[in-house]
Design a binder for this molecule. Structure first.
Ligand code: ZN
Length: 248
């Protein structure tokens, strides 16, 4: 089975469009979205409409921005810019999209074939999973062989070798194929579609192939100018347009 893995779309329609164009000739059986469909960008309804109508088995969890846009909390933990955008989003969701965002499950979810997906970490959707020390705690607390997580907007793989007791941390800045070994366990972040933060402004996503045992990472350019123009026209904080060009 081949699973398209996307995360942190952040209402960026030009970016999502470029990602879906890149995969349109590839076989995709299933799509994972690791949350933050909305927030920051100016196209919440278009992004949600696209994700709701994607033709494959859909396994979606909410992110922290979706939670605020859904009205479950007021974004007290957010910085001013993030909160402004989340509340702007909440006011603009269509009825069906509001219901969809409100009904998104809180991670972690485990698929019938044992893959775990979550937003921040399986323990907490708000947790940033950056370092191997932290990854070790997650590997200890959960036993999935492969877990996909988002939230940090950095494409990377933590690989646990249980026999050696070591964790390898792999940043995957420019795409490429990562091979999964039978006896290891993995925490995999596909990076962000809509707001990459690793100083590479190209959209990041992955395809997980469980027969070949690979995670293929991709970076695709998209029309950044179009996303920026929409943010500025919507009178969202201008910094949200500026950061897209430099990937921060
Ligand atoms: Zn995010």
């Amino acid at each position: 089975m081949r699973s398209l893995v996307v995360s942190d779309l952040h209402s960026n329609l030009p970016a999502l469009t470029a990602v879906l164009k890149k995969v349109q000739r590839k076989r995709i059986d299933r799509i994972f979205c690791l949350g933050d469909f909305v927030g920051y960008g100016a196209h919440p309804n278009q992004v949600l409409d696209t994700m709701r109508s994607f033709k494959a088995t859909k396994v979606y969890v909410r992110g922290n921005h979706d939670r605020v846009a859904a009205g479950y909390d007021e974004g007290e933990g957010f910085n001013h810019v993030a909160r402004t955008a989340a509340l702007w989003t909440r006011d603009r969701l269509s009825g069906p999209n509001r219901r969809f965002v409100r009904s998104l499950p809180v991670g972690p979810l485990t698929t019938p074939d044992g893959v775990m997906i979550c937003h921040g970490s399986p323990a907490d959707e708000d947790e940033y999973l950056f370092g191997d020390f932290h990854a070790a705690a997650v590997f200890d607390a959960f036993d999935a062989a492969i877990t996909f997580f988002g939230h940090t907007h950095f494409p990377m793989v933590f690989a646990l070798d249980e026999n050696a007791g070591t964790i390898a941390t792999n940043y995957i800045p420019a795409g490429g194929t990562f091979r999964l070994e039978e006896e290891k366990r993995y925490l995999v972040n596909p990076g962000s579609v809509g707001q990459p933060r690793d100083r590479n402004p190209h959209s990041s996503f992955a395809i997980f192939d469980d027969e070949r045992r690979t995670v293929q990472f991709f970076r695709v350019p998209y029309d950044i100018r179009q996303a920026q123009t929409a943010i500025l026209r919507a009178a969202l904080p201008p910094i949200l347009a500026g950061r897209l060009a430099i990937g921060t």
